[in-house]
Design a protein around this ligand. Structure first.
Ligand code: GDP
Length: 304
């Protein structure tokens, strides 16, 4: 079965890693959000792309889910000593990724070519694609005005109240080379348990239409996120945060929806949206959970 997965960072990377443990390299493409990308300290940083790559390469920090394992922090500590901005934590090994990517982008190479070469260097066999080679920037409209995504997410720790989102550049942004082909050749599209507002919506807006069966895994379990601001965002936008809200979010494109055992009570409401459901354990606390959930998702897709 050929699968194309759409992913943000931490939650997306975990399921993508599970899928990569089951599917052979030619049967899995992961399309990653680049709306979170930004320039900082003169470096071009792609937080979600790097999280997915480090995770599939087995290089990710198991505690944080982002950044590299066995990381040191000498560079950013010295930036801090000099009075520079240190709110975005960049480890020494991670900085090498950003330095080399920035150098190659300045030479005029595309983000997708650079990502392809980095994946090869890291021993990743499955295909990982940025959603676009053109810049798309997620902007968060808040009660304190519009903020660039990392300003809102990391610097302001998601404290300002959210009023909406805008993806700057999305209209002009073409999908990166390989994205359209991956969507066309897939038997099904899996929306990983990523933040619907800021990780998945930018990808959906870039790719514009999907003509294949789509199955999404809820990032909200029992009305809570495992990590991150998705629940806070739904509440501040006046939507009751739940797996049902996520199913509604994607309802126009969904064939199937995977929700957690804890949300069994809302399965019927989702069935009533004419969406097939699978109720299972969707928590991926341990490495083995990733392949287990991926197996459940693939089995579910096979049954649709
Ligand atoms: P970010 O870009 O790093 O914030 O990462 P994502 O958007 O990919 O992931 C954030 C979402 O992943 C949050 O809404 C979490 O609730 C969800 N998430 C993280 N871990 C898990 C997990 O083990 N299971 C499920 N179902 N969702 C998860």
């Amino acid at each position: 079965m050929k699968i194309t997965a759409l992913a943000g960072g931490v939650g997306g990377a975990k399921l993508a890693h599970g899928l990569a443990q089951i599917l052979p390299p030619e049967d899995l493409t992961v399309i990653v959000n680049t709306g979170d990308d930004f320039e900082h300290l003169g470096l071009y940083i792609c937080p979600d792309l790097d999280t997915v790559c480090y995770t599939l390469a087995g290089l990710a920090n198991p505690e944080t889910g982002w950044g590299r394992a066995n990381e040191t922090w000498n560079t950013i500590s010295n930036v801090e000593t000099l009075g520079g901005p240190s709110w975005f934590r960049l480890g020494d090994q991670d900085i090498a990724t950003h330095l080399e990517r920035t150098r190659r982008l300045k030479e005029g190479q595309s983000l997708s070519q650079i990502t392809k070469d980095f994946c090869k260097a890291w021993g990743i066999q499955h295909t990982i694609l940025p959603m676009s080679d053109a810049p798309v920037r997620t902007m968060v409209d808040t009660d304190e005005g519009e903020l660039a995504f990392q300003e809102y997410f990391v610097h302001r720790r998601c404290e300002p109240k959210v009023k909406g989102f805008r993806f700057d550049g999305v209209k002009e942004a073409e999908p990166a080379i390989g994205v359209k082909e991956a969507l066309k050749s897939a038997d099904a599209i899996v929306i990983c348990p990523s933040n619907p507002w800021v990780s998945v919506d930018p990808i959906l807006q870039v790719v514009k239409e999907i003509k294949k069966p789509v199955v999404a895994v809820s990032p909200i379990i029992g009305g809570k996120t495992v990590k991150g601001p998705a629940v806070k965002m739904y509440s501040e936008l006046g939507i009751d945060p739940s797996a049902l809200a996520v199913a509604n979010h994607y309802r126009t494109i969904l064939t199937g929806f995977v929700l957690d055992n804890q949300d069994l009570n809302i399965q019927t409401e989702i069935d009533n949206l004419a969406i097939e459901t699978l109720v299972t354990n969707t928590l991926m606390n341990h490495l083995a959970d990733r392949a287990r959930l991926a197996h459940d998702v693939l089995h579910f897709i096979g049954s649709l």
